[in-house]
Design a protein around this ligand. Structure first.
Ligand code: HEM
Length: 520
């Protein structure tokens, strides 16, 4: 039987014609299809091969980016060697990124030291948006750093503030210069260590001091390794050896925290009595043991989380108080106004307390003005999780985005006299309407973003504000301050992120009144 129809010669030309029509149709569709109209890429300065825009940036990154944004706009592309990102520099674009597109920009990229981090994969601060991050953030906001938990540790913060004042009184009595940078780092570190894991309460050695040193080392090395990002894949070669040094410091931290965890587990096995306060580690271990927890956290997650809050909370808080003191010493009028306010509200017989804060609006204004001018976290780092358009420009998934809050909070279109220290602008009576309630700081007002905004905003903001107000208030209440030979404080920012002073704040306090006499 023939397999091919005898009429093939009759309908073959029609079949060929049909196939040709179909193929041509698809080719036309593919090649002549109008290209999907995509928004243009954000503007970018002309780049050089390999180094990109490295030749255009100076030592203080946020300031450099601000200057470039003046020429290339509030959303611009920057490439430093192998590392590229978009930089946001005004309130309108910051609002688009942090509010309109909050979900698209609520991840963070891995960068800098990630390869050398022994807790890689557990880092809360750098976690991708997902179940683990959501669970930990909820835990932060509802328990670990929530107001009721902060209230339980008001006595610890008070004791640490008293220790700070005592230590400065000692400098006065000895006629010595006071290294405020070191004093304030000790205050912030001790406060967080005690709230996080009651380190002073555990008998063995001075763990808080050890942690302070380790956190400092990790921060320095992480900062240096971040600069290594410009080398791209070559950075894994770790030419400087900083990666290995970081690993060594982390292993030391790991052993120390392991010991503290063991003490906490022993304490938990005996049960907590009603009056016993659970510190952050107790709560984390309770969640670790909870079989019904939405997400099962590991010991590595716990250790990493604690390190994250030490790294995020210590230098930021102490740095902000130093900048505030520097600005106040250079501005005797503001110093006197603040002193007068404290004197009239608190008096001379006791130290400023956290509960005084709502009654000290000028203190609140000084703290906010300091955070505006000297943000301890001037570049907020996010990553875009899917393609989107921002401000009429195309942003590809996985792009790194830096919100330059230094530029946003010094933008002349948003602020009068943007580079001047002028706490009055934050007072309700000010003519300068800042937008939203004048004292708002948690990211509802996109001109003022010291703690970021949206889902990824800082969970430690309330704690930081308590520490900042009480410590600054006490230093102004009890002492007069001078720098060497009556000079002004050098307020130049240090290299890199520019969040620290170029020269640590060393000054001469003179005891004015000692409200501790009654306590001591
Ligand atoms: C003056 C002090 C502080 C400043 C200026 C500050 C600022 C910031 C900023 C700008 C961010 C990024 C927010 C964003 O992406 O939108 C952040 C994140 C964070 N901060 Fe703070 N912070 C301070 C103190 C603290 C303290 C005391 C703690 C904890 C004890 C803390 C814990 C964190 C954590 C865990 C994150 C990461 C949040 C996340 O990725 O979801 N911070 N902080």
């Amino acid at each position: 039987m023939a397999l091919v129809s005898p009429y093939i010669h009759y309908y073959l030309p029609y079949l060929i014609w049909f196939i040709i029509v179909v193929v041509v149709h698809f080719l036309i569709k593919i090649f002549l299809k109008p290209a999907r109209t995509r928004a243009p890429d954000p503007p970018s300065p002309p780049a050089l091969p390999f180094i990109g825009h490295l030749h255009l940036v100076r030592s203080v990154l946020p300031k450099s980016f601000q200057d470039l944004a003046g020429r290339y706009g509030p959303l611009m592309g920057i490439r430093l060697g192998a590392s590229s990102c978009l930089v946001v520099s005004n309130a309108a674009v910051a609002k688009e990124v942090l509010k309109t597109h909050d979900l698209e920009f609520c991840s963070r990229p891995e960068f800098g030291s990630s390869e050398h981090f022994i807790y890689r994969g557990s880092r809360f601060i750098l976690a991708q948006y997902g179940d683990y991050w959501r669970f930990m953030k909820k835990l932060c906001m509802t328990r670990l750093l929530a107001v009721p938990q902060l209230d339980k540790f008001a006595d610890i913060r008070d004791q640490e503030k008293v220790k700070l004042v005592e230590s400065v009184i000692k400098c006065c009595k000895q006629g010595k210069a006071c290294d405020l940078s070191s004093e304030l780092t000790t205050l912030a570190n001790n406060t967080i260590c005690r709230m996080a894991m009651s380190t002073r309460c555990s008998g063995s050695g001075n763990e808080a001091a050890e942690i302070k040193e380790l956190v400092r080392t990790c921060m320095n090395l992480s900062g240096k390794l971040s600069l290594g990002d410009v080398l791209g894949p070559l950075k894994v070669l770790d030419f400087s050896g900083n990666g290995n040094k970081l690993k060594a410091a982390l292993l030391k931290y790991d052993r120390l925290v392991e010991r503290i965890i063991k003490e906490h587990q022993d304490k938990a096995s005996k049960g907590f009595d009603e009056n016993q306060k659970m510190d952050l580690l107790d709560i984390l271990l309770e969640v670790y043991r909870d079989p019904a927890a939405e997400v099962k956290i590991s010991m590595k997650d716990i250790k990493s989380f604690l390190l994250d809050i030490f790294m995020a909370g210590t230098d930021t808080s102490s740095g902000a108080i130093q900048w505030a003191m520097g600005e106040l010493i250079n501005s005797p009028k503001s110093f006197k106004k603040l002193r007068d306010e404290i004197e009239s509200v608190v008096g001379r017989n006791r130290l400023v307390k956290e509960s005084d804060i709502p009654n000290l609006p000028y203190l609140g204004a000084v703290v906010r003005e300091t955070l505006r001018l000297h943000s301890p976290a001037p570049l907020i780092i996010r990553e875009c999780v899917e393609d989107c358009d921002v401000s009429g420009f195309f942003v590809k998934a996985k792009t790194r985005v830096l919100v330059n809050v230094y530029a946003v909070m010094r933008d002349p279109d948003s602020w009068e006299n943007p580079n001047g220290f002028d706490p009055e602008r934050f007072l309700g009576s000010s003519d300068e309407k800042i937008g939203g309630p004048q004292m708002e700081y948690k990211g509802q007002n996109f001109r003022f973003l010291p703690f970021g905004s949206g889902r990824r905003g800082c969970p430690g903001a309330s704690l930081a504000m308590l520490v900042l107000h009480a410590a600054l208030g006490s230093l102004v209440q009890c002492f007069d301050w001078e720098v060497e030979r009556g000079e002004k404080v050098d307020l130049s920012p240090g290299p890199g992120f520019g969040s620290e002073m170029a020269c640590p704040l060393v000054c001469y306090p003179r005891l004015r009144l000692n409200p501790l006499k009654a306590i001591l």
